[in-house]
Design a protein around this ligand. Structure first.
Ligand code: P6L
Ligand code: UD1
Ligand code: MG
Length: 436
């Protein structure tokens, strides 16, 4: 108990310890659960290997469940810490009576006690609201893996899962003003802009974006987990820097870390099995769960712009994909690269432009001018086909065929470089845009 109490003073230390345990647990559980998933029909073929081996899919469920266990265990820690540190004398010894009482200030509990406890309600609400949104997303992601739900239906899943988050934001923080960037101030004639309901639309859109953006930047071993790891680590590094140099928003950055630290740990545990050559796939369960984690952190810690800043490759990949996603041109079921059986290297895949309308062809031509796609033409000069519009195919087009492992390392490198750029923007260029 004494040991527990001394650790309880440092919730961050507890978070790291619990996270490390969760990471080891994830690492151990995946090989145990994988054969069970295969037996239940939850598997996919690894399309970039010679013999297309059967690999258990949807192991994002294990990642998520272990994450929740560690988070549930963590919930009381910051609460206990504050009570032990600051308000020991007012800690309600008659706690049962306090909880059972209908009055606001029950007998035996002083007004100070009530105040001490009430101050934790927003913290608890935020924590539980975030977990509820994540839980909903994990469940819906798994449902999608099992039932292969249509795009036009599943696109609304993150939107539904974001509602608890929006409500918690509304009752605890409720601020819907945004600071106007300095260059735009003369134009708008003000320093802050009241977004009102639009702010909630923006947050719901952020949830839809971050979940799907991770899911469509996928298809090679370790890509989904790898990008999530870099984003989460970058966000955590940003939180630590803010805690060190800008303590004014301490609570928000701590909350962000409490969500991110166990996430980083379970993702590491998962990547040990998903890294090339993969022995387990996360499925859409993992992609949605990861994306929602970033949205939750962005909303609860008021870091939604920072989250987007660390998702530059995902934003690029999404914008680049738009002609295919919105069916201006053909969108095959899989846009991932393909394996060349002779060379053993992966190559860019292509989609046919035969049936594309003029607008779709114009978009492809536009991308071609900027060297962003490779188009093949027939003898008459008519466009026949074009590389699929994903960042992985773009890398393969620019750098030529390479092994799957090299491709994933390229993606990781791009993600890390974009994080460096994001830090430069956040800390170097921010003064041009905001005076902080
Ligand atoms: C042997 C295999 O062929 O796993 C196998 C054993 C089964 O796994 O073994 O059939 P067997 O095959 O003999 C399963 O049965 C383990 O030993 C698979 C279970 C699938 C679980 C998926 C989702 C569970 C949702 C639960 C290790 C299993 C580890 C499972 C990891 C998931 C952890 C669940 C913990 C639940 C929803 C306990 C919760 C306690 C929490 C307390 C927290 C305060 C649970 C929701 C909980 C949310 C927190 C050899 O080759
Ligand atoms: C998204 C992409 C799709 C891409 C797919 C790859 C869009 C619109 N959709 O679809 O283009 O091909 O992800 O995940 O961009 N797989 C591997 N190796 C891996 C990971 C996955 O071979 O490392 C294969 C397996 O067969 C696995 C399947 O991809 O079963 C999973 O695809 P799924 O997640 O169902 O695809 P979507 O998310 O719908
Ligand atoms: Mg997927």
């Amino acid at each position: 108990l004494a040991l527990g109490a001394s650790f309880a003073h440092e919730p961050l230390v507890v978070s790291v310890l619990l996270g490390a345990l969760a990471g080891v647990f994830t690492d151990r559980c995946i090989p145990l659960v994988a054969p069970v998933f295969v037996r239940a029909g939850r598997f996919g073929k690894d399309l970039l290997k010679k013999d297309r081996p059967v690999i258990a899919e949807s192991l994002g469920v294990v990642v998520g469940v272990v994450y929740f266990i560690s988070m549930f265990l963590f919930i009381p820690i910051p609460f206990v810490e504050s009570l032990l540190r600051g308000d020991r004398d007012s800690f309600p010894h008659d706690e049962a009576g306090f909880r059972g009482s209908a009055s606001v200030c029950p007998s035996g509990a002083t007004a100070d006690t009530v105040r001490a406890l009430v101050q934790f309600v927003p913290y608890l609400a935020q924590f539980l609201g975030g977990l509820l949104a994540l839980f909903a997303m994990l469940f819906l992601g798994f449902a999608d893996d099992v039932f292969d739900i249509r795009w036009r239906v599943k696109i609304w899943f993150p939107f539904i899962a974001s509602i608890p988050l929006l409500m918690v934001y509304f009752v605890t923080y409720g601020k819907t003003d945004v600071v106007v960037p300095i260059p735009l101030r003369p134009l708008l004639g003000r320093t802050t802009l009241h977004l009102g309901v639009l702010y909630y639309v923006y947050i719901a859109a952020l949830c839809v974006f971050s979940t799907n953006a991770i899911n469509i930047m996928a298809g090679a071993n370790g890509v989904e987990g790898g990008q999530s790891l870099v984003i989460a680590a970058s966000l955590a590094a940003n939180d630590l820097m803010q805690l060190r140099y800008n303590p004014s928003r301490r609570a928000a950055h701590l909350l962000s870390l409490y969500f991110l630290i166990p996430f980083i740990c379970v993702t590491l545990g998962y990547l040990r099995h998903n890294w090339y050559p993969a022995r387990a796939f996360g499925g859409d369960t993992l992609a949605y769960f990861s994306g929602m984690t970033f949205a939750v952190v962005g909303v609860l810690s008021n870091l939604s712009k920072t989250v987007l800043l660390f998702m530059i490759p995902q934003i690029f990949n999404f914008l680049y994909s738009c002609p295919q996603l919105f069916h201006f041109v053909e969108c095959p079921r899989h846009r991932m690269p393909k394996l060349n059986l002779e060379t053993g290297k992966v190559e860019a895949t292509r989609f046919s432009l035969e049936k594309s309308k003029a607008l779709g062809r114009l978009m492809v031509r536009f991308l071609e001018v900027f060297g962003l796609v490779h188009v093949t033409r027939d003898k008459t000069g008519k466009m026949v086909d074009c590389t699929n519009l994903t960042i992985m195919n773009l890398i393969l087009f620019w750098r030529g065929p390479m092994s799957e492992r090299d491709l994933v390392l390229h993606i990781m490198l791009v993600q890390v470089m974009c994080s460096v750029i994001a830090f430069v923007i956040r800390y170097g260029l921010v003064h041009i845009v905001y005076n902080q």
